[in-house]
Design a protein around this ligand. Structure first.
Ligand code: ZN
Length: 256
């Protein structure tokens, strides 16, 4: 089918050197290999599994918040922001700040709305049987997340490729998977892996590759204050991990 030929939804605006312009600092510690195109670094990013059954649970029962929860917790989150404002030396009663705690609480709930959704809901009715064995790539998916260490934004792009094995996923659903996992408190390594594992579990493809390029505001605004530092993480599963040619094809296509 046409639809599942090698897809490149958007031309890449970042040049090939972007991913080489990777810089790390203490935020990730010394042990984490961030640019790791040959697979997930096991030691630092936790368990890596290509065995579907063992990781199935990771997204079957993952919704931890409901709309009702949001309404119920809004006052206490707002109250906490009032405390923060006071602690920062501000006057929460001055005109410009009167509604700030409520706004901030509502915004924070939005930034973390991935907790209200489940991957399984996204996948419903979106998996199609398809005798297609060409690589499917969706690149430059915008991503906005929150660093779980500092509660400040991480933003960047996600590139996803997979080699179907009789099943394909509606292309827009790849971006939805990114949205659900990124709208949570995250570290980039886990985000990258969760996306790859979700696709693996949903489609049982021959292989999956996920590359995330991101800027961490906690690195840009504090610490080393490297304005242009980008962190690149990747997870390669199946043939993307085992076959250098497949992996290289994916990496070349997402940089073209
Ligand atoms: Zn951080």
């Amino acid at each position: 089918m046409e639809r599942s030929k090698q897809k490149q939804l958007k031309p890449s605006e970042s040049d090939a050197s972007a991913s080489n312009d990777t810089s790390l600092n203490g935020h990730f510690g010394q042990t984490v290999k961030v640019q790791n195109m040959s697979g997930v670094s096991k030691g630092s990013t936790g368990e890596v599994s290509t065995q579907p059954s063992s990781v199935m649970e990771s997204w079957r029962e993952e919704r931890t918040r409901s709309i009702e929860d949001n309404e119920m917790s809004l006052p206490s989150i707002a109250a906490a922001y009032t405390t923060i404002l006071r602690g920062l030396g501000e006057d929460p009663q001055r005109q410009g700040l009167i509604k700030t705690p409520w706004r901030a609480a509502t915004a924070m709930q939005f930034f973390t709305k991935g907790y209200q959704e489940k991957i399984i809901d996204v996948l419903n009715d979106a998996i199609f049987d398809e005798d297609h064995d060409e690589m499917v790539i969706v690149k430059d998916i915008d991503m906005f997340s929150m660093c779980e260490h500092h509660l400040v934004p991480i933003f960047g792009r996600v590139h996803i490729g997979y080699l179907p094995n009789k099943r394909v996923l509606g292309l827009s659903k790849l971006a939805r998977i990114v949205e659900i996992y990124s709208r949570r408190l995250q570290v980039q390594e886990r985000l990258t892996k969760q996306i790859a594992v979700a696709i693996t579990e949903a489609l049982q493809p021959a292989g999956v590759g996920v590359v995330v390029e991101a800027t961490h505001m906690c690195m840009v605004m504090r610490g080393v204050q490297k304005m242009n530092s980008k962190t690149v993480t990747s997870t390669m599963l199946g043939v993307f991990r085992e076959d250098p040619k497949t992996r290289d094809e994916f990496l070349t296509l997402i940089r073209s």
